[in-house]
Ligand binder design. Structure first.
Ligand SMILES: [Zn+2]
Ligand SMILES: [Zn+2]
Length: 338
């Protein structure tokens, strides 16, 4: 079981179970409830919660792999705070993975320096929280981050800052006067800046490539659009021409039909005229015929009348002749012909 400490209420110090006594009261560093120390013969000394609790701190044999990372993290923070406050000489060795340069920093100590856990502050316009910050006159002297699997973003803390493994802090022997940790930061400050610049240049190059690519795409799209518009325009033009051609055809057709109609009407009119003329001609013929007829009849009647008169005259003459013989001059003056 790892050595997990509790907070002594009297001293406000993180205390290991081996250092705890039966007089002082202690509280859980997580839920802040009171806990007590068990310093039996069989098991290693450890703190315990008083009653059944949901708090996972001080449970039996937690491991970092078994989901105890939060407990390790919290304990490492409290332990680190305690180590700094109890005047240990702490040095941190850093090896940069890029320039391979190794530096060893000894954490400074001066009067009235405060160690604050979960220190919240603004850095590069962002609200950040440092696991542990040493403050002097409210100014950050240095920062310590506790990690296990997730490293802190190199650009999100002001220098100087160190990153320590939670397990390394927990396993450190508190009694040692000199303690050395290994910083888990990948790069030194200089290389961080260089790396940032390199990344920035790479980003810019990628951005330029992307912009160029996008520009090319846009150009291609524009060309396609123009081509399509041209096609559309030609199509519309063709359709327009076709429409005009059809209209012209229709107009010619209508004109022809109109001419045909007029021609037919003219024919009809001519026919009717001819028929009318024919009718008139026939009527005229009829009339002439009737006239001739009448004339003939009149002539015949006249002949008949003359004949009858002649007969009558003859009869009279005969009758007169019987009496006297002077009828010739009279006959001539009345009829005037032979
Ligand atoms: Zn608790
Ligand atoms: Zn470096």
């Amino acid at each position: 079981m790892p050595q997990f400490g509790a907070l002594c209420i009297r001293t406000q110090q993180y205390t290991m179970p081996t250092e705890a006594n039966k007089v002082d009261q202690y509280q859980c560093i997580d839920c802040k409830e009171e806990v007590f120390v068990k310093q039996g013969e069989q098991r290693v000394h450890h703190f315990c919660h008083y009653k059944s609790t949901n708090c996972l701190m001080y449970r039996y044999q937690p491991t970092i792999e078994g989901g105890g990372e939060t407990e390790y993290h919290l304990n490492a923070k409290y332990k680190m705070k305690s180590l700094i406050e109890t005047q240990h000489e702490i040095s941190i060795r850093s090896t940069c993975q890029l320039c391979k340069y190794t530096t060893t920093a000894i954490l400074p100590k001066f009067e009235n320096m405060k160690v604050v856990l979960e220190h919240s502050f603004i850095y590069r316009d962002q609200q950040v929280i440092a696991d542990l910050a040493c403050l002097f006159d409210e100014q950050i002297v240095f920062i310590i981050e506790i990690m296990y699997s997730h490293a802190t973003d190199e650009n999100k803390r002001p220098s100087p800052w160190f990153e320590l493994y939670s397990t390394e802090v927990i396993d450190t022997e508190s009694a040692s006067k000199k303690i050395q940790f290994t910083c888990r930061r990948r790069l030194c400050d200089e290389c961080t800046i260089l790396e940032q610049q390199r990344l920035k240049v790479e980003r810019e190059i990628r951005q330029k490539e992307y912009d160029a690519y996008m520009g090319e795409c846009r150009k291609k799209q524009e060309q396609e659009r123009i081509l399509k518009e041209e096609e559309q325009r030609i199509l519309r033009q063709q359709q327009e021409q076709e429409r005009i051609r059809k209209e012209e055809e229709q107009r010619i057709l209508r004109q022809q039909q109109e001419q045909e109609r007029i021609r037919k009407e003219e024919e009809q009119r001519m026919l009717r005229q001819q028929q009318e003329q024919e009718r008139i001609r026939k009527e005229e013929e009829q009339r002439i015929l009737r006239q001739q007829h009448q004339e003939e009849r009149a002539r015949l009647e006249s002949i008949e009348r003359i004949r009858k008169m002649k007969l009558k005259q003859n009869r009279i003459d005969i009758e007169r002749g019987l009496k006297k013989q002077s009828t010739q001059p009279i006959r001539k003056s009345i009829w005037g012909y032979k």
